[in-house]
Design a protein around this ligand. Structure first.
Ligand code: AHR
Length: 507
């Protein structure tokens, strides 16, 4: 049975927002220190930024960067990270049981983004141990041109012009019991609503992201969103979603790759559930204001396995330890590609997203201190999708697919796919085959108006699902040309190998 995608140019879903290709830099492990910032590295510039990493971030195509956390931000004092580096304090980072040296802070991040090419900063504020006063101080420091205590301090600290930060996260995962300063939905809703409206008094143009749930299966999922949105709806622009997936174990000790391949089914359901909550709240409040989804943490993360363990002990608070340094497999790359397809299929409501994270910490880019930087398997689907679709338009998904059985999600479509008209006029289709064993024939009916002369396809698939790229074998897993793609008048045929992600381009 063939899977079939129908692309109809009369039915466009939404423009692809650049912000959907955001990423995330947290003060966690080696994401900042020896990740993007390593003054003694052979490729470092005078500001300490690794040029090899900047080059890879360019190639990745990451846009908006969420910073400085994550769980870290819920205990962070932003003032520690500004001013002369020699006087910045060393502090306990409770989230990751580490020492924060504060040698990198807001100014360094702004300078790094500038060097990257003017990428947008999405700044998270601490609503864990702090509240609206610290948030207002930071906003004044960052966005007021001058003439006040804090804005003048910024100028003295080297930034004459304001940072002009538009996107702000009102805390991080405040529904999570692991969060420093964790709150009930009612407590958080009250704090987020007042902080949001106060921030708008300082700068009416800020775009605010209120915390939704840290996972689809949080016990408070649903009621959390309802409580928070009811209170803060008109004062915020986005509600966040976070989701991480990994292959869990079957009873026989093997990994449940079938369910893992269908992670996008869960992500899609999560998005649909939150979008329904947004619509219901808007209707109930009779509001004419719009709130969208910021999926500002998503990825594969082997969160219950060895690499993710925090340091322990009252006397043991290492600086930039190796934490969450997951090494991604060929199967993980397929899931990341599938999650990107899912985000694009929901481009009408998901207007921002952040791949968590960027370097070393559950990241598409890895580095060695003093050594090289390289691409993980998951780098490729992100880079290829971003390059082809930025500035483009997503077609309404019209997909008929046979199903495959999974333990967690029941029968799911074996093919997931989306079509995007590129900004350059090309037509781009991304598809995953979630079957563990069977290749799948895939037919694409092209839009009536599209005169295709050329088709090309690249596929990520390895017979060894657990093949990965490492320091010693950095290019073991890469995309390959898929020469089964053929153009037959107004349709395209392609064979998708089992556990694969494919990008098809028509010009
Ligand atoms: O990205 C790693 C962690 O995952 C973040 O700090 C936190 O927000 C989430 O739980």
């Amino acid at each position: 049975e063939t899977a079939r995608l129908v692309i109809d140019d009369g039915f466009q879903l939404a423009r692809v927002q650049d912000r959907v290709f955001g990423s995330f830099v947290e003060h966690l492990g080696r994401c900042v220190y020896t990740g993007i910032y390593e003054p003694n590295h052979p490729t470092a510039d005078e500001q300490g930024f690794r040029q090899d990493v900047i080059d890879l971030v360019h190639e990745l195509g990451a846009t908006t960067i969420r910073y400085p956390g994550g769980n870290f931000v819920s205990g962070y004092r932003w003032e520690d990270g500004v001013g002369p580096k020699e006087t910045r304090p060393r502090r306990l980072d409770l989230a990751w049981h580490s020492t924060e040296t504060n040698q990198f802070g807001l100014h360094e991040m702004a300078a790094w983004l500038e060097k990257l090419g003017g990428n947008e900063l999405m700044e998270a504020i601490n609503l864990g141990t702090r509240g609206q006063e610290a948030a207002l101080d930071l906003l004044e420091y960052a966005n007021i041109p001058g003439g006040t205590e804090l804005s003048e301090q910024r100028r003295v600290n080297g930034a004459d012009e304001p940072f002009n930060i538009r996107m702000w996260c009102l805390g991080n995962e405040m529904d999570g019991p692991w969060q420093t300063g964790h709150k009930t939905a009612e407590e958080y809703a009250a704090l987020a609503a007042v902080t949001a409206s106060d921030m708008r008094m300082v700068d009416p143009d800020v775009e605010l992201v209120v915390c939704g749930s840290s996972a689809h299966d949080m016990p408070t999922f649903g009621t959390w969103e309802e409580t928070v949105l009811s209170k803060a709806f008109d004062a915020v622009n986005f509600v966040s979603c976070h989701a991480y997936y990994f292959p869990e174990y079957n009873a026989d000790g093997s990994r449940d790759y079938a369910s893992f391949m269908a992670s996008g089914v869960d992500m899609d359901g999560f998005i649909k559930d939150v979008a329904a909550g947004i619509a219901a709240t808007k209707a109930r409040l009779k509001s004419d204001h719009d709130v969208y989804i910021s999926f500002d943490e998503w990825n594969v993360w082997y969160s219950q396995e060895e690499t993710s363990k925090n340091p322990e002990g009252i006397g043991n608070w290492p600086v930039a330890p190796r934490l969450l340094e997951d090494i991604y497999t060929a199967a993980d790359a397929v899931v990341v590609g599938d999650l990107l397809i899912t985000l694009l299929k929901n481009a009408d409501v998901v207007r921002a997203a952040s791949l968590a994270q960027l370097v070393n910490v559950i990241a598409p880019i890895m580095t060695e201190p003093g050594g090289p930087a390289w691409r993980q398997t998951t780098f490729y689907p992100f880079a290829i999708t971003a390059a082809a679709t930025k500035g483009g338009t997503v077609y309404e998904p019209k997909l008929a697919s046979p199903t495959t059985a999974t333990r967690k999600y029941g029968d799911v479509p074996v093919i997931n796919a989306v079509a995007v008209q590129g900004a350059d006029g090309s037509l781009n289709i991304f598809a995953t085959n979630r079957s563990l064993t069977e290749p799948q024939r895939f037919t694409i009916d092209l839009p009536a108006q599209f005169q295709a002369t050329n088709v090309s396809a690249q596929t990520m698939h390895e017979d060894d699902l657990e093949a990965c790229n490492t320091l010693d074998n950095q290019n073991r897993v890469t995309p390959h040309i898929n020469d089964t793609a053929t153009l037959n008048g107004s349709s395209v045929e392609v064979v998708l190998p089992p556990v694969s992600w494919t990008a098809i381009r028509l010009d």
